[in-house]
Ligand binder design. Structure first.
Ligand code: HEM
Length: 550
């Protein structure tokens, strides 16, 4: 149907102007002859433009006959066709309700441009792996990220990316990440104490858990990234943490303005918010420069093993890099690795509070394995999937139903193919981990449900029951997949296990719901308030026991 609408729209484009001129001539015959040659020339140029730039590209576009969601809005086509729904749900609806062979096409107003969505393993493989470097992040998105983070791994393309990834990858190797387990475990213990304290001091044990979680993941990435302590968990208003928060997560409005309007002009806009963010960015870079100099000084003087443990020290030991290069990497790790894991942990607690039986099973595994052990003495092997299979399954499943980065986008920088279909240069592809992870074709009828057991039983347990590992899109795949995947998974386990061993998480009130906020990463809107029941507290144990028997 959309194809025929497109055809009608474009034929109308082609005929509109000649018909208009013919009517004018018919109505007023003098008009035809009295027209100046300039007027005819301008009409001719306009018509040629429509033919060559608008209609021929549509009729030649190999995507024009591919499936599209049905509910187009006449000339607006698929622009915002699902109204006010969050974009995560829009893509989920499209993937689940548009029969397709791996590509769905969304048309922009008047069928002038289109975007494709890769929906199945074969097409995802083409975009993310086989023809990965035919696709780049759109320039405008990169521009706004570069103005905050500099040219770090997440913002560079092509050969620059290949070279940078080779430098950074060893710092995220399995062995390197496992050495960070004591840091993750100590942070888990610290977070546990903060929640215990807050639960006893807040009425009914209702605690806003998202804030301490976000603060602890910031501390972790500061320590693991550059061996620096933000002290964000201890002090909500720690200077560096505040500076980082303000500048690295500016409002979407600022990003939009920053993308389209030159910096010298933004500085002159008489709104304090802009100036604050831009000055903050300059200050953050200055702070980072100081921290880096101090680190270099310490490394030169001491040459101790300890200094080689954090990521930036590891990179520095592998070559001679400029300060700007190192600061960009560091800010990239802070940005990519802080709110993503915080989001994952917050959603895990939310899902556990909604699924008490699953929480009981997890509590039993965590309390048995951790017992009264000192968290700081544990190593990475404690959290291996053979030793803590249910913890692993809960983390995988949380990240499946709530992937921290729900959508990403690329643009074809050359003509390429996806699933055998030729794709013109300039086409945009959406890769929506949220929607792919909830695709009923890939995951079955219960795709949207939280079922950790899918990672434990059955012939495809290693891939959560899906036929292909590509169905799990949380960290993407291929040369641009998340470099911090093992880091994030181990961190999540080390933080979640001590919490579930000690507390019971319950809804703050009956029928509680949470809305989703965020664009690049998703988080519970307005924070996450849960009843945190300390199981060392007799009263709490009793209520939990009563609830279990009810
Ligand atoms: C639950 C946690 C995490 C999730 C769900 C996640 C997800 C992702 C995704 C989807 C991408 C690809 C983005 C794109 O290309 O559009 C990505 C890239 C990246 N992530 Fe993560 N991430 C997580 C944690 C981390 C951590 C902890 C770090 C570092 C400490 C990290 C560092 C990076 C970097 C540097 C890239 C860019 C890789 C490249 O382009 O070569 N991430 N992540």
């Amino acid at each position: 149907m959309h194809y025929w609408r497109g055809v009608i729209t474009h034929v109308s484009f082609l005929l509109a102007q000649p018909i208009y001129l013919a009517i004018r001539c018919f109505v007023d015959t003098t008009d035809f002859t009295s027209r100046s040659s300039i007027s005819w020339f301008l009409h001719g140029v306009a018509w040629l433009y429509i033919v060559t730039q608008v209609s021929i590209p549509f009729f030649k576009n190999p995507l024009r006959r591919l499936p599209s969601p049905p509910n187009e809005r006449f000339l607006l086509c698929h622009l915002n066709f699902n109204g006010g729904k969050p974009f995560t749900t829009i893509y989920e609806d499209i993937i689940n309700n548009t029969p397709n062979d791996g590509i769905v096409v969304l048309w922009g107003p008047l069928y002038l441009q289109c975007e494709i969505i890769a929906t199945q393993p074969e097409t995802l493989m083409d975009v993310l792996n086989t023809h990965n470097y035919d696709w780049e992040k759109p320039k405008l998105i990169r521009k706004s990220l570069i103005s905050i983070l500099g040219e770090g791994l997440i913002n560079v393309e092509g050969s620059k990316h290949k070279a940078m990834r080779r430098v950074v990858a060893p710092s995220f190797s399995g062995r390197q990440v496992r050495e960070l387990a004591p840091l993750f475990c100590a942070s888990g213990a610290a977070l546990r104490e903060v929640l215990a304290h807050e639960a006893t001091h807040h009425h009914g044990g209702i605690v806003e858990v998202a804030s301490p979680i976000s603060r602890v993941t910031l501390d972790i990435i500061g320590a693991a990234g550059v061996g620096m302590n933000f002290r964000a968990l201890e002090k909500e208003d720690s200077k560096l943490a505040k500076l980082y928060r303000e500048t690295s997560q500016p409002p979407a409005f600022f990003l939009l303005v920053d993308t389209f309007i030159p910096k010298w002009f933004i500085r002159r806009v008489p709104w304090g918010g802009f100036a604050r963010i831009m000055n903050g960015q300059v200050q953050l870079w200055q702070e980072m420069r100081v921290i880096l100099q101090q680190k270099k000084g310490r490394m030169n003087q001491e040459k101790t093993e300890q200094h080689g443990k954090d990521i930036i020290a590891h990179i520095m030991q592998s070559g001679d890099f400029s300060d700007d290069y190192l600061i960009s990497q560091l800010l990239t790790f802070l940005a990519a690795g802080h709110s993503t894991t915080a989001s994952a942990l917050a959603w895990a607690l939310w899902l556990l509070s909604q699924n008490p039986e699953i929480q009981d099973r997890l509590h039993s595994e965590c309390s048995t394995t951790l017992g009264n052990k000192d968290m700081t003495e544990l190593d990475a092997s404690t959290f291996d999937s053979e030793k803590m299979p249910f913890l692993t399954a809960v983390c995988n499943e949380t990240l499946r139903v709530y992937p921290s980065a729900p959508n990403t986008v690329r643009e074809a920088v050359v003509s390429t193919t996806v699933g055998g279909v030729p794709i013109p240069k300039g086409t945009t592809v959406s890769i929506p981990p949220w929607a792919i992870n909830r695709s009923r074709v890939l995951w079955g009828a219960d795709a949207a449900e939280f079922v950790p057991d899918r990672w434990l039983h059955g012939p495809n347990a290693a891939t959560g029951g899906a036929q292909s590992p590509l169905a799990y899109a949380t960290f993407l795949h291929g040369p641009r997949s998340c470099i911090g995947k093992s880091f994030a998974l181990l961190e999540m386990k080390c933080l979640l296990a001590p919490l579930v061993a000690r507390f019971r998480f319950e809804p703050a009130y009956p029928g509680q719901t949470v809305e989703m906020a965020g664009f690049l990463t998703i988080k519970p809107k307005g924070g996450l308030r849960l009843r945190v029941c300390d199981l060392r507290n007799v009263e709490c144990k009793a209520t939990s026991a009563i609830q279990e028997t009810l």
